[in-house]
Ligand binder design. Sequence first.
Ligand code: PHE
Length: 344
Amino acid sequence: MKEQLERIYTNAVADIEKVDSISLLEDVKGKYLSRKGEFNEIKKNLKNLSDEDKRIVGSLANDITSKLEKLVQEKYDSLYKTELNKKLQKERIDVTLPGKFVPKGKVHPLTSTTHEIVSILQGLGFSVVESKDSPEVETEYFNFDMLNIPKDHPARDVQDTFFTTLAPNVVLRSQTSGAQIHVMENKKPPIRVISPGRVYRNENINARKYNFFHQIEGLYVDKNITFGDLKGVLNEFIRIYFGASRPTRFRSSFFPFTEPSAEVDVQCIMCGGKGCRTCSGTGWLEILGAGMVDPNVLRGVGIDPEIYSGFAFGMGVERLAMLKYAIDDIRLFFNDDVRFLNQF
Ligand code: PHE
């Protein structure tokens, strides 16, 4: 039995020496030192020996076991060190390498233009409506009916409305003017609000027109509001936004919800008024529609047109940006081309 023990010991020492990883060392440890290991098998047989032999062999077995345990521990420590070093070497970080470049985002020119327009109009006393009064998915009631546009009126076709399949009469709004109705149904005059947002029209796309674009609606209702007030606000807006020297013109126009109505054109910056692709050869680009709120509209929302009057306007954000930054094609706003966006 003594020889048996010594043979196992020699083998174990050799095995421990050979292993070159912690997981192999665990295997070796199991083979010799676990409860099912070779030493325990021998210890089980001790009971068959004489008391004298039991003591000798027993203490030898214990000696050998603790020697092996020590060897395993030492081996473990050294393997652990090597493996750790290898890992550290592999995962070493070179702090002198240059960092990764993270490109910086930019504010989209339509966003910054909207902010600029809104802040000018705020300076003229207007405040922005809550978003619940300005939904993009709208009913015909707000987009047309209450704006004095009857069912069979050609204006419904003029704006090439997108109808939805959500429910009959649910449309993608073709104009922000529906916000006027939302506001006036909820609040009595004095009202002086603006409402920026996206509108949708089934247009043939070209340099000036897109399937959707952005408007800023304005509404001022109070006692004694006149067309002079309308002109005053719009002229002041244009002066601040474009500067005093930009040629502009006021034209009479027609909208079912305003009477009288007007449109404002700004001279095309691309051709200096000579006529080009962007302005379709006219030398001018329309930036807004406006007018005195039609008495029918006021009556519809329960405001007495004998007591109150008001004006409204709707500006095109893309047009205003194009005319300020000489952007000759509306499609550039929506291409997500960083070469374009980086210029702002
Ligand atoms: N909603 C009109 C349009 O989209 C513009 C407008 C707004 C005209 C308010 C008059 C008053 O063309």
